[in-house]
Every structure is written in C-alpha cells, then in structure tokens.
Write a protein that binds this ligand. Structure first.
Ligand code: ATP
Ligand code: MG
Length: 265
C-alpha cells in the first residue's frame, strides 16, 4: 500500500457504523403497491466487509439505495455514522452522501466525453473539495494505485470493461468515503475482466474500508467477506460469516434453495 493508502479517515465512529432498523420499502409506482423490503434489521460494523447476496428481485439494490439515501424507506430508520437519514432534506442528503459514501454500480457510469482523469476528478470538482490545483495530482495518485496512470488521458471507450470499472471504483474513493457500496460491480464484465476488479475490492476490504458488496461471485464472497447477508423476497433470511453461511447455512431451506440454484448454473 502506498503511504496515503486507500483509506485516510480513521474509523472514529463506534460500531455499528450502519444500522437499518425495521426498514420497510413499499413501491407505489405499479398498479398495486409492492413491498420490496419487509422489516429489515441490519447492523454493519466499521471496517466490516459484507457480501450481499440473493436472487434477482430479492431487494438487494433497494437495500443499497436506502443506505445511500438515493431512496427513502416507507417506514423504519436508516442510521449511518450516527446520522439518521430520515432527518435530512434532499439537499442535505446529497451533501452527506458525497462526503460519506462511495457508490459503484454494475454499469460503470463513467462520462464518455471526459477522459479517465477528468472522470476521477469529477466528484472533487462537483463538491468543490480539494484545491483545484491539487485535484489532478490526487486523481493521478489514485490511478497509480490501480496501475492506470498511463491511461489517464484516454477516453473510457478506449479501455476494457475491467479497466473502466476499476476507474469507477477509484472515482468513488476520491472523496475519501468512510463506506463503499458496490452493486454487482462485476456483473457486466467479461469473465476474464472479473478477477482484476475483485482484486481491487479485496485490497480495499483488507485495508479496512467498510464495504457492502452485492455480488454473485460466491468464491469471492466466501474468501473476502466478513459476513454474508442473504435476502429473499424482501427479507434478510440469513446473516453469517462465510464459513458458517456456505456450510451450516444449508440448514436454512431458503439458503439451500438459493445455493443449489446458483451451483447448477
Ligand atoms: N422503482 C420501482 N418501482 C416498483 N417496483 C420496484 C422498483 N424498483 C424495484 N422494484 C421491485 O422491487 C423488487 C426488488 O428489486 P431490487 O432491484 O431491489 O432487486 P435486486 O435484488 O437488486 O435484483 P437484481 O439481482 O435483479 O438486481 C423487485 O421485485 C422489483 O421489481
Ligand atoms: Mg439489483
């Protein structure tokens, strides 16, 4: 790790850093209301790496959106680093998110007309963080850490999917977030690109970043996560360290059904 490391902020908040207390989310958009989260309780400690798994439609992205404050629960509380997100206005929430959370999505969402380094600088420009002259240096330093400094002045379209996703990860890191939330960061990558992205996330996790990663990479989750959280039909049905989850978890019929299904594909 370079001196500055991936992390620069001590974990000054006592655990748990993330608390979901009886969170219910009902989508009212369809013809009939749909309950996507059903009384979810979850605590995530500072420095913990949570692998969030479950079949399509089980509520993983909805859960992530509650923690970023991109969406709000219908009832229940989301408390992150002691801040109850329900008490923040939209503007306060956006500012809080920029300071606190790095988010990475399945599709890299790099701006196609900006170069790699401009993309990495974007959040710093947007939030007016760091002196303007410091920003390129900081962005380059981050790119060096993923061995992408030599690609800094290319457009995203000139990079492989794996490279683009690594850039999206360091872009999310540039504001020194205390928490990284990643929603299927490798799902849209060609298989040969997956490893390099998992490696960056593994390094981050080992450096003590608090992370929740939605993933279908079971080997990765087993190797790197401190705990596995499994969702099914809007409920958290199992929370356990990987060893216990993948072995003893099979005692839970919903876990067994999920694992049997993914092992078959
Ligand atoms: N904006 C919305 N309006 C109505 N229903 C929604 C909305 N967003 C999600 N849903 C529904 O809520 C449920 C949970 O969706 P969510 O996206 O959280 O699932 P997921 O576990 O992330 O699935 P995937 O693995 O496919 O990404 C799904 O049945 C989905 O159709
Ligand atoms: Mg999803």
């Amino acid at each position: 790790m370079p001196e500055e490391g991936w992390l620069s902020r001590p974990n000054e908040t006592p655990s748990p850093l993330i608390v979901l207390d009886d969170v219910v989310k009902v989508y009212e958009t369809g013809e009939v209301p749909f309950t996507a989260l059903k009384h979810v309780h979850l605590h995530v400690g500072a420095g913990e790496f949570v692998g969030l798994i479950g079949k399509s439609g089980s509520g993983k992205t909805t859960l992530i959106n509650m923690i970023t404050g991109i969406d709000r629960p219908t009832s229940g509380d989301v408390i992150v680093g002691g801040t109850n997100l329900g008490g923040l206005s939209e503007n306060e929430l956006a500012a809080w998110r920029g300071r606190t959370i790095g988010v990475v999505f399945q599709f890299f969402q790099l701006l196609p007309t900006l170069t790699v380094i401009e993309n990495v600088m974007l959040p710093m420009d947007f939030c007016n963080m760091y002196a303007p002259l410091e920003r390129p240096e900081r962005a380059m330093h981050l790119l060096e850490q993923i061995e992408m400094a030599d690609q800094a002045h290319k457009l995203p379209s000139a990079l492989s999917g794996g490279q683009q996703q690594r850039v999206a990860i360091v872009r999310a890191l540039c504001m020194r977030p205390r928490i990284m939330l990643l929603d299927e960061p490798t799902s849209s990558l060609d298989p040969e690109m997956v490893g390099e992205v998992l490696e960056v996330m593994t390094t981050l996790g080992r450096a003590g970043m608090t992370m929740i990663c939605v993933t279908h990479e079971m080997g990765f989750a087993r190797r790197v996560a401190d705990r596995i959280v499994m969702m099914d039909e809007g409920e958290v049905v199992e929370v356990a360290p990987p060893g216990a989850f993948f072995d003893a978890g099979r005692g839970n019929p919903r876990v067994r059904a999920f694992l049997d299904r993914i092992m078959r594909v």
